[in-house]
Write a protein that binds this ligand. Structure first.
Ligand SMILES: [Zn+2]
Length: 83
């Protein structure tokens, strides 16, 4: 079983976490056009290699954080709180 580093709780089993998407996606402004919203809702980079992902420690502290991970090797290089 893989372990993820929660910034507040330390290393915990992956079953305590839930994936919430690409941490690099920026939400459009309220006045953005339909094309910008479609891009935000439906399209992702789906990068092979280094990625920053949004996760929540749902089975622990309940806090959100960004996890830096290689999508090919599953090597985790760090985690940080998100606002
Ligand atoms: Zn935690």
């Amino acid at each position: 079983m893989q372990h993820f580093p929660c910034p507040w709780c330390g290393n915990r089993a992956e079953v305590e976490f839930r994936y919430a998407g690409d941490a690099g996606v920026q939400r459009p402004t309220r006045t953005a056009d339909d094309a910008a919203w479609a891009q935000y809702v439906h399209f992702r980079r789906n990068a092979k290699g280094a990625a920053k992902e949004l996760w929540v420690h749902s089975g622990g502290c309940g806090r959100w954080f960004a996890l830096s991970r290689d999508t090919v090797t599953h090597t985790i290089t760090g985690s940080e709180p998100v606002a």
